[in-house]
Design a protein around this ligand. Structure first.
Ligand code: ARG
Length: 468
């Protein structure tokens, strides 16, 4: 590359890169536009590091104190004015160190003793991701509280249960809502697992091989709230499993939220009419005055795709990297930041939707009566009362459904004589089994849809959530 090209610009790069390759390098290299979000973690990790350097006599006590106070001043500036974005300083680590030098002079240069940006960024990012895990857990817990509250209200409300989105058997709305409580519980356990695995401190791995200075990694690990230091310096600076664990947990959680959102979208449609969504989480149409659109739910469904995209992004970034740090890894942060922002929003939106939804239980119940949702109850009754093998009972019930369908009536509206014409073993007691109430009450096996089972699960959940 000729010097004159580099100075005077080049036709190929065009006017935007008037300074030639150095301008391109500066722009492609800079992570400060996004990693400035790590400033709190960066200051905290630097303070832990310099306290350790002082305690170990690697820097003097005076310099350690000077640096620590200076870091507080930098943090106060960031808090008040935001983090300045100078691409020449590349990232949050160099930005902070450079401002520290301006504030306290040459002593600032001792801060970077026995560390590298490689262990520094691994530490800062891990601290940030741990907070994001805690935030996801709090959001999930709030969603669970909303779910159990509405489930308790609707332990007896009957709706059609679907398989293939075809009416299958009556269920209770409380049971349906508690299904999402279970999903949220698994999501919380995934985040908790991820957090436990991320409980080792990278600081002190230095560039890749450790350091010759007599550092105390247990001290810094403890100061930053980690259980222990990481055990292999090469692994430490090249490991982004904690970020992937976060994104995998976030993706699984977003997938659940998307399914719940989809239920609300379907339920809110006019043909279903099962739910009226809160006005605060819906919008109107600019052209059709009658419309009330479930935009928040649709965006949760949409955002879940973006969160899965963030996971894919980091997977592809990491998949071919040799040990140890490679600059590709700088691209780890934008997808995690993006996913975390989206997940927080999606959790809040779905919590609000569950809290504010007006369930139209009369429509749900009416829908449960359509579609021969109690056909299985007829078959079960034949098995129980007439000792007919289930396969044969299934066959008899099929004939009854066919007859009811041809007359356009519900099963329990068929006259007893017509049922007996199909099978003489049927008697009038069958009608007690064919109502939707009898159907759900009968499904009292552990974890079943019967109101008493739903109430039992809600009671356990309320204890688990600390509501009792
Ligand atoms: N900005 C960098 C990142 O986010 C910090 C680590 C730089 N390390 C290096 N060896 N260039 O990954």
């Amino acid at each position: 590359m000729s010097g004159s090209n580099a100075q005077s610009g080049n036709k190929m790069w065009g006017g935007r890169f008037a300074e030639g390759p150095s301008a391109i390098m500066r722009e492609i290299n800079a992570s400060i536009p996004f990693d400035k979000a790590l400033w709190r973690q960066d200051v905290a990790a630097s303070k832990a590091h310099v306290a350790m350097l002082g305690a170990q006599g690697i820097v003097s006590a005076e310099d350690a104190a000077l640096i620590s106070d200076g870091l507080d001043r930098v943090a106060a500036e960031y808090e008040a004015n935001g983090v300045p974005e100078n691409w020449d300083l590349e990232d949050i680590h160099m930005t902070t160190e450079s401002r520290l030098a301006e504030l306290i002079g040459p002593a600032a240069g001792r801060l970077h003793t026995a560390r590298s940006r490689n262990d520094q960024v691994a530490t800062d990012f891990r601290l940030w991701v741990r907070d994001a895990m805690a935030q996801a857990d709090a959001g999930l817990k709030a969603l669970q509280v909303a779910l159990v509250t509405r489930a308790a209200e609707h332990a007896d409300s009957i709706m059609p249960g679907f398989t293939h989105l075809q009416t299958a058997q009556p269920v209770t709305l409380g049971h349906h809502l508690m299904a999402y409580y279970e999903m949220a519980q698994r999501d919380r356990s995934r985040f908790a697992d991820a957090r436990a695995r991320a409980d080792q401190c990278p600081l002190g791995a230095a560039a890749l091989a450790g350091t010759g200075f007599p550092i105390d990694r247990h001290m810094t690990a403890q100061a930053l709230g980690f259980a222990e230091p990481t055990r292999n310096s090469l692994d430490t600076v090249s490991d982004r499993d904690f970020a992937l664990d976060y994104l995998m947990s976030a993706t699984q959680c977003a997938l659940h939220l998307s399914r719940l959102a989809e239920e609300f979208i379907i339920w809110a449609s006019q043909p279903f009419g099962f739910v009226v969504l809160p006005d605060a989480l819906s919008t109107g149409s600019s052209i059709m005055p009658q419309k009330k659109n479930p935009d928040a739910a649709e965006l949760v469904r949409g955002h879940s795709g973006r969160i899965a995209g963030c996971l894919t992004s980091l997977i592809i970034t990491m998949k071919g990297l040799p040990l140890a740090y490679s600059k590709d890894m700088q691209d780890d942060k934008p997808p995690v930041f993006e996913a975390a922002g989206l997940l927080t929003l999606c959790l809040a939106a779905m919590t609000g939707m569950v809290e504010g939804a007006k369930f139209r239980t009369e429509r749900m119940r009416a829908a449960a009566e359509l579609g021969y949702a109690t056909a299985t109850d007829l078959a079960d009754w034949l098995v129980r009362q007439a000792n007919i093998p289930f396969r044969e009972a299934h066959h008899i019930t099929g004939a009854a459904v066919k007859l009811a369908e041809s007359r356009g009536v519900a099963l329990d509206a068929l006259p007893l004589a017509d049922l007996q014409a199909i099978d003489a073993r049927i008697d009038e007691r069958v009608f007690a089994a064919l109502s939707v109430e009898a159907s759900v009450a009968a499904r009292a096996s552990y974890g079943g849809t019967a109101p008493q089972q739903v109430r039992a699960r809600v009671a356990e959940a309320r204890v688990a959530l600390g509501l009792e």
